[in-house]
Design a protein around this ligand. Sequence first.
Ligand code: COA
Length: 158
Amino acid sequence: MIEKASLDDIEEILFVINTSNREAYRDIIPREHFKEPVVSAEELLQDFGRMRFYVYRVEGRIVGVAALQVEKGKLGRLRWVYVLPEYQRRGIGTSLVRHLEREARKLGLEKLWLTVVGGARWAVNFYRKLGYEPTGRTERHWSFDLIMEKKLKNREKL
Ligand SMILES: CC(C)(COP(=O)(O)OP(=O)(O)OC[C@H]1O[C@@H](n2cnc3c(N)ncnc32)[C@H](O)[C@@H]1OP(=O)(O)O)[C@@H](O)C(=O)NCCC(=O)NCCS
């Protein structure tokens, strides 16, 4: 169900990210700070060059997406973790993040980090349940302002 994304998936991935982002954040982020769509085709293409994208399919349709950006110092960053609203709360987001963690371990990464909208309790809950802990704040008020991290243990079999 989870596979590495290809360039042919760009349109569907854009739809998943922008639909999910709009539904989740338009009522909690003030209008002047709310970016819609949150990502354009050009921006996503650029990200394809610097991150590994994975998609979750149900009957061939992409309903979830997540990306891993490898950084210096055995560090990895989780990006673009989004599930279509009608497919949320079924464990798809958890499967995607666990898949990224397995990939990260294979690459020898020791720690993963991400930023999340601190006011989005569901998202903070989601990452906490997966073992991520808040470690700091960014300057991006009304946006992805909370930093969360997790150390990867090699013996952890997920
Ligand atoms: C965050 C997101 C990716 C989670 O994906 P998901 O497939 O719904 O998550 P799961 O079903 O694996 O949920 C795992 C746990 O996360 C927590 N969680 C997920 N959605 C939640 C919600 N709406 N409210 C409270 N807790 C929630 C719960 O603890 C849940 O476990 P439970 O269902 O057994 O209670 C999804 O809600 C989403 O796309 N949201 C909009 C975009 C977003 O906020 N992305 C993350 C930051 S980029």
